[in-house]
Design a binder for this molecule. Structure first.
Ligand SMILES: [Zn+2]
Length: 96
């Protein structure tokens, strides 16, 4: 690897990746100060109260993420037809 050996400040894993963290989930653990948190909260409240485009985008992204979470689509599975089965018009038929 091109990068020098580093220890992830979050989990302590030794890695050779770019940046100081070993993974995206470790990198996402940045701590904001109370002052910064307050500023983010105030701005976010304004956005949601006024219904601006960014707030709408965030609401939509969250809705889509929740949709994915609540309504998972099972992976398609293929199975062999039985000796007495056939497919016609997209339906599976069984001859008796
Ligand atoms: Zn880590």
């Amino acid at each position: 690897m091109a990068y020098k050996e580093k220890t992830c400040p979050k989990c302590g894993t030794i890695h050779y990746k770019r940046g100081e963290f070993c993974s995206r989930s470790c990198g996402n653990t940045r701590k904001h100060t109370e002052h910064t948190k307050q500023k983010i909260a105030v701005r976010q409240t304004e956005r949601h109260a006024n219904g601006d485009d960014i707030a709408e985008e965030q609401r939509l992204a969250l809705a889509i993420a929740n949709e994915r979470h609540h309504d998972p689509v099972p992976p398609q599975q293929y199975s062999r037809l039985g000796m007495n089965q056939f497919v016609d018009d997209g339906d599976l038929w069984t001859e008796v």
